[in-house]
Design a binder for this molecule. Structure first.
Ligand SMILES: [Zn+2]
Length: 297
């Protein structure tokens, strides 16, 4: 593993997303001038961060190592990258609920849970990137001054019922690619976060359905204002994605989680409390949500 110190600047970049509607930030191939990405200034630093590898027409381009400017109308330089690698942000995401919306009773085939769309504020901090080869092995880690972004969006909140944090985290990791497979484009548009304990004040008295507090999954639309991914992840989509996840969990690839199941390349988190993954627990949770536990008797 190579450790590379990234470009250092004196102050972290703080983005607010208030610039939406202005000229886009263009990521440009330095050799030819070809525009390989047009990005909203509010999100550009989260996509075209220093060292990011971006795909364009089947070829890989790497953003320069110096901290670029992400102002409206600015240009970010990138160069053709010969190696078959991809980059993943090292980041933390904090979600606060602005308006909880209605969390309705919901069944995905099994136990009744609660789910609904909530207006949220998403605060994302990117502190570096990991480079992976096409076989999933780690090629290197780059660190840089934190890039922070804060924006309003929507999240689908699912109160999944009693489970452990490692089981919930394992399912969240697995659900990400499964949801992306069901929702076209969801890989970039949906982020999945977990909460060990979600409490909605003054809502405990609502009758019927599943619990109104406890462990929760957040399916967060990562576009400013929401691009519709959280809304699109309805019961039908969730059921389909969970069935895909269940099929993977039924495979006997490993005992405690590997890169083919719950230890996906997106699974790195800064928060050590979320580093433990419980593959067996995720299987139990998925079976309960889909009602497979009852079918088995
Ligand atoms: Zn595995």
């Amino acid at each position: 593993m190579r450790l590379t110190a990234g470009a250092r600047t004196t102050r972290p970049a703080v983005l607010t997303g208030d610039t939406i509607g202005d000229d886009p930030v263009r990521v440009v191939d330095r050799a030819t001038g070809t525009v390989i990405r047009r990005l909203d200034p509010g999100r550009a630093a989260l996509v075209a961060y220093p060292g990011a590898v971006l795909l364009y027409r089947g070829r890989r381009f790497q953003v320069g190592g110096e901290r670029p400017s992400y102002g409206a109308g600015s240009e970010v330089g990138a160069e053709l990258h010969g190696e078959d690698v991809q980059t993943i942000r090292i980041r933390s995401i904090h979600t606060s609920i602005l308006e909880p919306g209605e969390l309705r009773p919901l069944s995905l085939g099994g136990a009744t849970i609660r789910g609904g769309l909530s207006a949220v504020r998403v605060s994302e901090t990117v502190t570096g990137a990991r480079r992976h080869r096409s076989d999933g092995t780690l090629d290197g880690i780059t660190g840089f001054e934190p890039i922070r972004a804060s924006f309003r969006s929507f999240a689908r909140v699912l109160l999944v019922g009693s489970t452990s944090e490692p089981a919930l985290q394992a399912l969240a990791n697995l659900l990400r690619p499964c949801l992306a497979a069901v929702l076209d484009g969801g890989e970039e548009g949906l982020e999945i976060a977990t909460a060990q304990r979600l409490e909605l004040e003054g809502r405990a008295e609502e009758a019927g359905g599943g619990p109104l507090e406890g462990p929760a999954l957040f399916l967060i639309d990562t576009y400013e204002g929401g691009a519709g991914y959280a809304r699109a992840a309805d019961a039908r989509v969730l059921r389909e994605a969970l069935r895909l996840a269940s099929a993977i969990l039924e495979e006997s690839c490993c005992e405690s989680g590997c890169s083919r199941c719950v230890r996906t390349i997106h699974s790195h988190v800064e928060d050590p409390s979320k580093a433990a993954l419980d593959r067996a627990g995720a299987r139990v949770l998925t079976s309960r949500l889909l009602g497979l536990d009852r079918e088995r008797g």
